[in-house]
Design a protein around this ligand. Structure first.
Ligand SMILES: [Zn+2]
Length: 369
């Protein structure tokens, strides 16, 4: 029976007591297991395979049979033993027969992990994204930030149908004011600011450095310090990259929701993200930090931050018309006005605009020069 006469014949079971599939062909081999220092799978006078006992694993078997595979064999290689004595002999030698293969307990473990994975995605959406946004925001390159801003910019133009106001004298006054605040805020000339012909009293900053002031806010403003403070506040959002953080937060959320529902193109997520950037509010903390930034910038200009608070209060009112503007999502304007009043100081710097320039800025959207 043995192909090798030096083998201990007592270790070999007589007859073709097993079926072997080599895992590469569909051929069924009637084989005899030979129990030596390794398991030999012998057919006629050939050894088809040699399996180390430590590598042999049990796989799902029909009742009355022991079905085995081997970690070093082709994945579909199988040895099926129906002879109880041969099976018992093999089981006694294969000490790791039931390791590493998903039995029922293993399957339960896999199901458990799958549920945990699904829950963790939900957890990331509710809890993880703000943390991720905070960590990711400083890593976003400025070039990418500008591209994100450009997408959002297109959304702004669409949403607010904004025509840019830039009549010559108005634009000259606006540029002078923007430059004074920008320099005081320590920001470079990549900052761009424009007035849009929109009646909503609002202003905001987009990632990449674009600040919009709506004509509706100019209409409510009574002096240049009020607009300067608002500009400084928006510059604070830019310096703190709050818009980019919001974009990651909203974009990240929609991206993950998209993944959950199978939308992995990302384009829908980006449009949704930039739209929510325009309509979503910053966190209260971000608003307070931007206010702090604005208060410091105004102090460096030798101007009071109080007018900024007064303009906000004028726009939102005591309770505020909370449907009108992004300002409505800011912290309570009463609290902010109180804070800026505390920071009020007599002017130590020159007026930011002359009376004539201020009048020109107020009229920046009129067609007359
Ligand atoms: Zn703000």
């Amino acid at each position: 029976m043995d192909s090798d006469p030096t083998h201990d014949t007592a270790s070999s079971m007589p007859g073709s007591s097993a079926i072997y599939f080599d895992g590469t062909t569909s051929r069924r081999h009637a084989v005899t297991p030979g129990f030596y220092d390794r398991l030999e799978i012998n057919a006629d006078d050939r050894t088809l395979a040699m399996w180390s006992y430590a590598d042999i694993r049990r796989v799902d078997s029909p009742s009355g049979a022991l079905r085995l595979t081997c970690l070093t064999a082709p994945a579909l290689a199988r040895l099926e033993i129906r002879d109880a004595a041969v099976a018992a002999e093999l089981i006694s030698r294969c000490t790791r027969l039931d390791e590493d293969f998903p039995d029922r307990r293993g399957i339960a473990r896999i199901v458990g992990w799958s549920i945990a994975a699904a829950l963790s995605i939900v957890g990331v959406i509710w809890f993880g994204v703000p943390l991720a946004a905070d960590r990711l925001t400083p890593l976003v390159p400025q070039a990418l930030e500008r591209r994100l801003g450009a997408v959002a910019d297109g959304q702004v133009r669409t949403l607010f149908g904004g025509k840019v106001c830039d009549n010559t004298s108005g634009q000259a006054a606006f540029t002078k004011l923007v430059n004074a605040v920008r320099e005081s805020a320590g920001l470079d000339t990549s900052i761009q600011s424009q007035v849009l012909a929109t009646p909503i009293p609002n202003a905001f900053a987009l990632p990449g450095g674009k600040v919009y002031v709506f004509n509706g806010l100019l209409a409510k403003a009574e002096n240049a310090d009020e607009i300067a403070g608002i500009l400084a506040h928006e510059f604070g959002h830019l310096r703190h990259r709050d818009g980019t953080r919001n974009l990651i937060y909203n974009g990240g959320t929609s991206f993950l929701i998209g993944l959950l529902f199978g939308d992995i193109t990302g384009s829908g997520a980006l449009i949704f993200a930039s739209r929510s950037l325009v309509t979503a509010s910053y966190s209260r903390e971000a608003e307070q930090n931007a206010d702090t930034f604005a208060i410091d910038a105004m102090h460096r200009l030798g101007r009071s931050p109080k007018p900024m608070g007064e303009l906000m209060f004028r726009v939102t009112g005591k309770e505020g018309d909370r449907t009108l503007s992004i300002l409505s999502n800011h912290p309570l304007t009463e609290d902010r006005l109180a804070r800026m009043s505390n920071e009020d100081r007599p002017p130590s710097g020159p007026p930011l605009l002359t009376a004539v320039e201020w009048a020109s800025l107020k009229a920046i959207c009129s067609s007359a020069k």
